[in-house]
Design a protein around this ligand. Sequence first.
Ligand code: DAH
Length: 326
Amino acid sequence: MKAAPDLAALEHAKGDWIGAHGKFTALMKQLGSLPKEDRPAAGKLINQAKAELEAALASRREELELKAALPKEPTDFTLPGRRRALGKLHPLTQVTDDIVRSFRKIGFVVADGPEIEDEYHCFDALNTPADHPARDTQDTFYLARLDGSQSSAINHQLLLRTHTSSVQIRVMEKQPPPVRIVVPGRVYRRDNADATHNPTFQQIEGLYVDKGVSVGDLKGTVEFVFKELLGSDVKIRFRPHYFSYTEPSFEIDFSSSLTRKMGKEWLEIAGCGMVHPQVFENVGYDPEVWTGWAFGFGIERIAMIRYGINDIRLFYENDLRFLRQF
Ligand code: DAH
């Protein structure tokens, strides 16, 4: 038993001794031929020997099984370990974090609001009533209420927010002025996906309310943040525009080596303006006392300019060959 070199040999030896045709089995069979008075003593001896044999068998089996489980080659414990690949932040998250970091430096805090919004906060409170033509450019997905009830007030109809501007209203409803917030977040529109559109994308909103706030503050702030984000050669230009929740309203164009790389001197990048007095009225702020500005821009658009990406859909495909570059 002890000499069996491997498990197969051990099984073989086991058969020889205690198998159906083994030596012990034969001995037991011979017991009958002994005189009656000798049989108990002889039986006892045989059983004792058999028990010893079985113990030897078990211990050798354990040894051999252990040996079989060991690696054939010796282990080199000085080899380097297998490294787990580290993930990293999505390029849109990186851009969002950078923008937020710049605004934090000048005293802004991050605010948040629901993506499932009601019509009042998304449009009406922002001075955009149901029959306003500005609603057409921001068509979205409307939701049934969970309990199946129809709200009596039409402006409490639920929808996916079309812009982060709704959070301006949510924040001002909850706190008295002054306000200094940025709101990064996901927004939704009924747009077909193409190289520059996607039915869901991300924006960052800004709102500053205090006494004596001016367009000059707005321009200086925007210029500071864009220089931090896109390089110190950035130039900013305001063009008159229309938004129902700001008066006056502007579109922000910027110019830098990045825009020239894209073959243009000026690229439109954001909307902004001085908060409309009606919006202040809607949240209970006195427009005779408080002034403010707001802006909103698309994170994807900035990331596309910053990294020279020509198709917005690349951000959502989760292709590691794309994502590893950032
Ligand atoms: N909400 C606008 C959009 O989705 C962007 C915008 C324009 C936000 C002007 C503002 C603003 O806060 O003042 O296109």
